[in-house]
Design a protein around this ligand. Structure first.
Ligand code: ATP
Length: 235
């Protein structure tokens, strides 16, 4: 972790979605959707409300089993894994940042990050030290409880928590949706710098065209498939 690396095009895919099909309540959400994301690369997914962006992240996390198609995380098809294998792969290889940070408010920022390592059974002797370094690097102040932090500081703590297990794949669902403009921009700078700094792939779901434009690639989810966005109007 922490080493810069070469061009994303030379690296392995950390996420490969192939011919994904899924329907909810009789309406088709994914109709042969495919996507490939490499280590060191970022992709933003935009699309109309209700088009299935969050559901797509749930499929990648293995929380929803699609009707057909495959979802490979670091080469393993998660649709074929047993529950225990899935939990283990998720803990080892996937970090997630939510819209509102979703920290435990009574715990310190440090304990929120350390807890993620504990839950993933990745606690090592130096875990507290590494967690503190991540928080320092991300500019999170020491606080007794994380509810004392500003919105931006909470979101940066959530990023540290997502990084503590050195994930190959980082997912973010509207990570800047609850932030003011200045904090949004700072958080976005941080997020989109992570793939190169930590050699992970980053998949961000966002409604915000300014955020989407920072990704290496922007894809629009509509009518059950993902299309590349080339124009500036992304949503
Ligand atoms: N658990 C569920 N039960 C029934 N319908 C659901 C469920 N989860 C999602 N849906 C429906 O599936 C569709 C896709 O939802 P999803 O949240 O993935 O869309 P989205 O693109 O993320 O939307 P938004 O941009 O508004 O967050 C919506 O029509 C939603 O109502």
């Amino acid at each position: 972790m922490g080493t810069a690396h070469g061009a994303a095009k030379d690296s392995q895919p950390v996420l490969e979605i192939a011919r994904l099909q899924h329907a909810i309540g009789g309406s088709i959400l994914f109709d042969g959707l495919s996507l490939s994301l490499r280590a060191g690369e970022s992709i933003a997914v935009t699309g109309p409300s209700g088009s299935g962006k969050s559901t797509l992240l749930s499929c990648v996390l293995g929380l929803i089993k699609p009707r057909a198609g495959s979802v490979r995380v670091t080469g393993q098809d998660i649709t074929a894994l047993r529950r225990s294998q899935l939990i283990s792969l998720r803990a080892q290889s996937v970090g997630m940042v939510f819209q509102f940070g979703e920290l435990l408010p009574e715990l310190s920022p440090l304990d929120n990050v350390v807890l993620a390592a504990l839950l993933a059974r990745r606690k090592r002797r130096d875990t507290r030290k590494r967690a503190q370094k991540l928080l320092d690097d991300l500019g999170v102040p020491n606080a007794v409880t994380s509810q004392e932090l500003s919105g931006g500081e909470r979101q940066r703590t959530a990023v540290a928590r997502a990084l503590i297990n050195e994930p190959a794949l980082l997912l973010a669902d509207e990570p800047t949706g609850a932030l003011d403009t200045e904090t949004r921009d700072r958080t976005a700078d941080l997020l989109f710098g992570l793939p190169r700094e930590y050699s992970c792939g980053l998949l961000v779901v966002t409604h915000d065209p300014g955020i989407a434009a920072r990704a290496d690639r922007t894809l629009r989810l509509a009518a059950g498939t993902l299309e590349p966005v080339t124009s500036r109007a992304v949503t």
